[in-house]
Write a protein of this length. Sequence first.
Length: 117
Amino acid sequence: QVQLVESGGGLVQAGGSLRLSCAASGRAFSTYVMGMGWFRQAPGKEREFVARITWSGGRTDYADSVKGRFTISRDNTKNTVWLQMNSLKPDDTAVYYCNTDSQNQPWGPGTQVTVSS
């Protein structure tokens, strides 16, 4: 099992940027050869997919709503996955979570992102 802790959220104005980090501890996640993903949940809504990255980092996929604005990356030697978020919009306001792309690990606490207009 892997423990996941997200950080880097905050309050930002529309058009601004944030970089989220996801630190994995416990069994090194690279040994799972796992794809990793970022997900988000806005108030009153279901959790939704944001971005995913393969174990090697060679392939990434994004939700249409963030394509061209967000970039997912990872460093398996640091057990860390990042989400660079640019040109933020109020609709990006949510709690952001990381997990394996199959979402089979316990969810971490998430990190709150609030974008003001």
